[in-house]
Design a protein around this ligand. Sequence first.
Ligand SMILES: C[S@@+](CC[C@H](N)C(=O)[O-])C[C@H]1O[C@@H](n2cnc3c(N)ncnc32)[C@H](O)[C@@H]1O
Length: 296
Amino acid sequence: MPDFKRMILKSGPCADSVAFLKFYLAALERPAARVLVLALRIKFSPDIFDEIRRCSLPAGEKTSLFSKAMNLFKSGNAYKTTAAGRSPLTDAAILAEAGPGSLIVETGVSDGVSAMGLLENTKGAEVVLTDSQDCYLYKDLCCGRKFYSRDDGAVSLKLPLFYFFTGSTAGKFPAGAGRIPLLNPAVEEKFRAELLPFDVFAGTLSRKADIIKCANVLNEAYFFLEDIKRALANLANNLKDDGRLFVCQNNKKYKDGEAYFILRKKNGRLELAGEVNGHELLGRLSSPLFADLFKP
Ligand SMILES: C[S@@+](CC[C@H](N)C(=O)[O-])C[C@H]1O[C@@H](n2cnc3c(N)ncnc32)[C@H](O)[C@@H]1O
């Protein structure tokens, strides 16, 4: 049965131009204009990322516009909201533990700007950026474009001045589909970085990591607690023995707007190796649900 509510919420009038995006974002900042543009249900299609990539704005403005456009998109239930160097406490703690040759993997990195704090100070470590949604795929139609989300296969259509979320999913992606990468151009150009597909629930890294960062992904607003446990177990599988998983959340409710905890892998199980500012998931880890994953 199609989810009509989701189809209606994710469809609407669409004009993928950089000038219109700037106008729209400015309107969101003004309370009266915000009500109006939200009521009009204006949408942007994934084409907006290529428009920004191609435009001639100064580099800093382009970087910020790309991330602001990303903030308007979702991956399943999760928002793609991000910001440059957003988790400085977690990044500093990671860099304090990483050494030359360490493999640091940031998961659910959105457009990659949240990893800039790590990329700028690697101290000889390798930083790999991953997200379940690394790109959109597309096929051109006679009067528009068909998009496929790479994480869940969700299909949407761009018609003249309208974006339609079909609510259906593609079992298989079409051969020869075009690709709209979601890595911020600044991260790509400055750090020669890549964004690799990796699902925190089921993904396997090409080699086990010394450190995994998972910021603003494992959240009960996005996932059930059982799923969060599944993600922690899978991330643990992708860590070397003695590797560490940094789980972070940015929210005004925490001191300094950030909280994180560190889980260390020991003999296949996880143990709490540190925490800062009382991350909301900490209390959950001692529940019976997590008993088989955690060493007391
Ligand atoms: C709120 S954003 C956080 C972005 C970035 N980590 C930050 O802190 O700014 C959540 C990100 O998680 C990603 N995500 C959602 N489900 C995921 C999954 N199963 N595996 C990996 N990433 C996922 C989304 O695509 C999105 O980019």
